[in-house]
Design a protein around this ligand. Sequence first.
Ligand code: XIL
Length: 367
Amino acid sequence: MTLTRRNFVAGGSLALGLGSLTTAALKKEPPISTKGLKDIAARRGLSFGCAVRDQHLSDKLLSGTITHECDIVVAEVAMKWAINEPLKDDFQYNAADNIVRFARINRLALRGHTAFWYRSVPQWATGLLRDRYREKVITDRVTEVVRRYKGEVSEWDVVNEAIEPRDGQFRGLRTAPFGASTGIQYIADSFHAAHEADYDAKLFYNDYGLEYDTPQEDARRAAVLALLTDLKRQNVPIHGLGLQTHAGVGRRFDAVKYRLFLKNVADLGLIMRLTEFDVADRNAPPGFVERDKAVAAHASELLHVALDERAVKGILCWGLRDQDSWLAQNGKRKDGLAPRPLPFTDDLRPKPLRSSIAEAFANAPDR
Ligand code: XIL
């Protein structure tokens, strides 16, 4: 057995293979702990990153782990509209600016999340979005934030979560935050506005619920594909699809379906990124060892298929430490135990999920 990166990252085979290795061979490769996920990803032309909060950046151990593991970061909350403009024309960018500075100093790429999301509309704008001038209310916001971070943010989630087939509207569009009827014009206008504000930024549509084998996710995939097809047909400047990938142990995954969806998106000339990856463990056993194993196994299954598609350019996790996960609030377990959906423990020790991500990168075809 030769000592390859793959052996190093696939923890189990390392233990098996060590007997046949000389000390000299070991010296050639630094131990895995010195290699960040970004380095393992980069070998295949891929990228790894995570969501950050402003207050994380002053925590030395956490920010050190972020810069060790990541080549890209995204603001978990700091670039959302309700945060940036709580009152009309009263702009609040402190937290966002801190994250931008952190990325610049550490030479990390930066995703912008998100210019428009129905769940982060400031109170003052909610009424305005119900009248016929809503396109302008939205494009003003898009222009403002994209222009502000021109040259700093390399890619934007221009519109986030615009699809909800259960709302029963034309093309599966979500009614919120508009009231009943809507169309795709506001989405097209948002992308044009973002493009005008920063010609160099890559522009993404970002959404969840696109991975699993359920009638609901079938409908979501079809609606997203139809939306992307319409936008491309109308020459809207859109470059990518963000796959949030809030995964979950025990959910029905059909590799063939998922693979086909990714191929359909790639065939439109779009790139993709897994933008908010985590693995909910509601349906996994309570014991930490068993639970972490189930999370890692589920991730492996999904990530291998995702990274097989060359139009998928990388993965961002929605946080690094379990305690920071949004699922601590939104993914409660019946037994009341804290969820463990992320690649690091609260004291920043790598979990089996980190190995799954590393292994998926190592096994991915070159970009
Ligand atoms: C979540 C954040 O993690 C929370 O801290 C915040 O309070 C609400 O938003 N999909 C998205 C993200 O696109 O913006 C959401 O992030 C999680 C679901």
